[in-house]
Design a protein around this ligand. Structure first.
Ligand code: GCU
Length: 432
């Protein structure tokens, strides 16, 4: 009975959100108005065209980072402490002998304006856990796929030895799991672990909710508590920035472990966590590559001339994700000093994969493609090949700005991971 009611509530919720959010439209495969695509090297706040890498790195990029903090994501902490308080090997022969499974416990402190506050979990003896799967008998250090997802770790890496809180529920099993998988794809929670390990990649998973809850009230309270030293409410950081900060803390934790390839730290994220993965890489050059799948508004898709989710809608429905300054641009996106092609440009020349689906017009694949076109000149300035396609469906995994689009809707489906792995193979192959 209980299951039946949960099932019905879920179906109703999905139907409602599907009506409201998913249109039956298909994204155009040719960029809308290519002539109007922006250029990341173009004038900005009174300064002219950027002509050299030195100018980009020393002048323009810092100004853009400041503007994104001020107008979109809120201000990052100006200091932090991170420690690995515990490391446990849980299984030397996990997943049929393919991998070594470890669980580490991290403790973090955030500092704004000299005011240091413990991140959630740090006040408890057990901190917050991250899960690590390294390929067994790797001949060379393993590239790391660092993953934040909606799903708790016991769904991301289904293994009985992982610590679970009491009464932990699974999002990937049972009726709920069945429905979630049907709607959002087979890999919405669990990536193809065996294939990833067989191909020599390590998986590092962190559950963002354990640090920054994805709930309006609780999330906002936590963001405020952590940024107590930041007095300006308008530019206080939002959850996307906190999750981006978390990607960087995982790099802190693992980069000195010689089993990882420190030149292949890849931030992987889907949807809201894809926004965070792009932001993390734009501010932290130790992140060597990004797989940002269906990042949409506040991610890769341009705010100007957009289809799907508007600034008004995202800031009304998810007020804890961004700084409140972003909401002020609802309906006047043309006044925004920055747009999302500049976020992609801040990652140049590092490889980025932008994943999309044709029926996922809510996250505006066409706007993401035009953003990639706008970021491309910065890749070219570095001598990288940037975007190597003129249509959305000319998949070129070896390009530094690789754009993937498949049929279907929002989610992580079976065709997505082979594309992600092709991109990884082209740029970050183990032992390359
Ligand atoms: C909602 C939201 C998107 C977000 C997505 C997700 O659809 O409107 O901006 O990307 O959730 O995280 O799945």
């Amino acid at each position: 009975m209980r299951f039946l009611s949960i099932f019905l509530i879920l179906i109703a919720a999905l139907a409602l959100s599907a009506c409201a959010k998913l249109t039956l439209a298909w994204a155009d495969l040719t960029p809308d108005g290519p002539a109007a695509a922006p250029n990341a090297l173009g004038p900005f706040e009174g300064a002219g065209l950027v002509a050299s890498v030195a100018d980009w790195e020393n002048v323009r990029a810092p100004a853009l980072r400041e503007a994104f903090e001020r107008d979109v994501y809120g201000v990052f902490p100006d200091g932090y402490e991170l420690s690995v308080v515990k490391r446990r090997v849980l299984d030397q022969t996990a997943f049929g002998g393919r991998g070594v499974l470890e669980e580490w416990t991290l403790s973090a402190q955030v500092e704004f304006n000299g005011d240091a506050v413990d991140a959630k979990g740090a006040d408890r003896r057990d901190g917050f856990p991250i899960q690590i799967l390294l390929p067994a008998d790797a001949a060379s250090p393993a590239p790391a796929i660092i993953m934040e997802t909606f799903c708790p770790w016991w769904d991301v890496i289904p293994h009985p030895a992982l610590t679970k809180p009491e009464g932990a529920r699974s999002l990937s099993g049972g009726v709920i799991g069945g429905v979630a998988t049907y709607v959002f794809g087979r890999h919405i929670c669990t990536p193809p672990i065996e294939t990833i390990l067989d191909q020599g990649y390590a998986l590092v998973s962190v559950y963002p909710d354990a640090v920054m809850p994805d709930r309006r009230k609780e999330g906002r309270e936590e963001l405020r508590r952590l940024s107590a030293g930041h007095k300006d409410d308008r530019t206080r950081w939002g959850a996307i920035a906190a999750w981006a900060w978390l990607y960087s803390r995982i790099v802190d934790a693992i980069e000195d472990d010689p089993r990882f390839d420190r030149d292949a730290m890849i931030a992987w994220g889907h949807s809201r966590y894809a926004k965070a993965a792009l932001l993390a890489a734009a501010y932290d050059d130790r992140i060597d590559g990004v797989i940002a799948h269906q990042s949409g508004t506040g991610g890769a898709s341009l705010n100007r001339n957009k289809k799907g989710e508007s600034v008004k809608s995202i800031t009304a429905n998810y007020p804890h994700w961004f700084s409140s300054a972003y909401a002020e641009y609802a309906g006047r996106e043309d006044d925004m000093p920055v747009d999302q092609h500049l976020l992609l440009a801040l990652i140049a020349p590092r490889p980025v994969l932008l994943g999309n689906a044709r029926r996922d017009v809510w996250s505006d694949p066409n706007g993401a493609f035009r953003a990639a076109m706008g970021a491309d000149p910065v890749y070219k300035l570095y001598g990288a090949d940037g975007l190597a396609q003129t249509r959305l469906d000319q998949w070129r995994p070896s390009a530094d700005l690789a754009f993937w689009i498949r049929p279907g809707t929002h989610g992580v489906v079976k065709e997505d991971w082979p594309a992600f792995l092709e991109f990884l193979e082209a740029h970050f192959a183990p032992g390359r």
